[in-house]
Design a binder for this molecule. Structure first.
Ligand code: DOR
Ligand code: ZN
Ligand code: ZN
Length: 393
């Protein structure tokens, strides 16, 4: 088969280090199958499925299931993320070694949705991870600073009467974990950086030679807390949408390589968990199917990244962070490849009802973006084409 790619941009398949697929436990909001379709349509060939499922992915039984089910569906490689602790707010480290040695070969551990806030436990987790050659990804928030908090602490939240979530909740953990990683000689990855201060801290840590990497979400690059005026819970997310100046600092940091990569934090939620009062709604928003388009709008159009840079932040860097070395190296002639085609002229308008996700909680509803993924190939086989996920194993 010949694919006509004239006028399009050919990129390596995207890698998402941060996806919530809700299986097992909340298959009414997303499954490995529906989330894989969303990923393929978004140009992804690998996603890392976060550990805050039910049951929590703190054992090899769950992590192996996630990997196997992803391979059965066959649209994208679904890499399981293991929980660092037994249970999400656990006091005890999970058996990371067993999960790493399983069929799912877990290479990244996180307590996303929660934070390992006992510094001694985090230090031990980093040391243990180091001996296994796996990565700890920190959700990065000090929970004692965010009790009851639902929106970025600033003028907007004050005016709207929403309890404020301070920058220090994130930045204090970033600083702490950078220092713990330094002392342990270990690597640490910062999930969803959201403030200008986090950028400064990551920059500082890298300058010290600390092995720290960081990701940013498309929504923190594009949106800010002015969106909260309507009290629409679709804009509620952890960490919260910050100020326009934070978003600008994040875009510059991604352009400069201080922030290493884009990760979606794709977080599907049911209608009834999002339609209620702002305070009661669950945090999180869809991300897989809109990520590339938002990167083009926020980074490529303003000249902050060229297409080579898009390949770096969407594919090569995230692959390198978790050691997927088949991504980002030159292909042999005839080798089946993970590839994504983007039409840079295909502007489109987001409609939740037309997305492959089971859930509809996109903050980008009715927004028009300048470019779109048209085709995705996983190991040489088409997995998405003209807006439809195709094929199987
Ligand atoms: O907004 C969020 N939603 N942030 C997280 O860290 C967790 C996620 C979820 O699981 O819904
Ligand atoms: Zn998180
Ligand atoms: Zn998350």
């Amino acid at each position: 088969e010949v694919i006509d790619a004239s006028g399009q941009i050919l990129l390596p398949g995207f890698v998402d280090l941060h996806t919530h697929l809700r299986e097992p436990g909340r298959e009414d909001t997303e499954t490995i199958e529906s989330g894989s379709a969303a990923a393929a349509l978004g140009g992804y060939t690998a996603v890392f499925a976060m550990a805050n499922t039910n049951p929590v992915a703190d054992s090899v039984v769950v992590t192996d299931h996630v990997w196997r089910r992803g391979q059965e569906v066959g649209l994208v490689d679904v890499y399981p993320v293991g929980a660092v602790t037994v249970g999400l707010e656990g006091k005890q480290l999970a058996e990371m070694g067993t999960m790493a040695a399983g069929v799912g070969a877990v290479r990244m551990f996180s307590d996303d949705g929660h934070c390992v806030y006992d510094p001694l436990l985090m230090r031990r987790a980093l040391e243990y991870a180091n001996t296994l050659g796996v990565l700890i990804a920190q959700h990065a928030e000090e929970p004692r600073l965010t009790v009851g908090a639902i929106a970025h602490e600033g003028p907007t939240a004050a005016r709207l009467g929403l309890a404020g979530w301070p920058r220090a909740a994130e930045e204090s953990i970033v600083a702490r974990d950078a220092l713990l990683a330094r002392d342990a000689g270990a690597r640490v990855h910062i999930c969803h950086a959201s403030t200008a201060g986090t950028v400064e801290l990551v920059k500082w840590a890298k300058a010290q030679g600390i092995s720290i990497t960081a990701e940013v979400t498309p929504h923190h690059l594009l949106l800010d807390d002015s969106r909260l005026e309507t009290y629409d819970a679709v804009n509620k997310v952890n960490p919260p949408l910050r100020e326009a100046s934070d978003a600008a600092a994040l875009r510059q940091a991604l352009a400069d390589g201080i922030i290493d990569c884009v990760a979606t934090d794709h977080a599907p939620h049911a209608e009834q968990d999002k339609c209620c009062e702002f305070a009661a709604a669950r945090p999180g928003m869809l991300g897989l199917e809109t990520a590339l388009s938002i990167i083009v709008q926020t980074m490529v159009q303003p000249g902050l990244l060229d297409w080579r840079g898009v390949a770096r932040v969407m594919s090569e860097q995230p692959a390198a962070i978790v050691g997927l070395d088949e991504h980002g190296r030159p292909l042999e002639v005839g080798e089946p490849a993970n590839l994504t085609l983007v039409d840079p002229e295909a502007s489109w308008t987001v409609r939740a009802k037309e997305l492959a996700s089971i859930s509809n909680n996109t903050p980008f509803e009715d927004m028009t973006f300048p470019a779109r993924v048209t085709t995705t190939l996983l190991r040489g086989r088409v997995t998405a084409r003209e807006g439809k996920a195709v094929g199987g194993p």
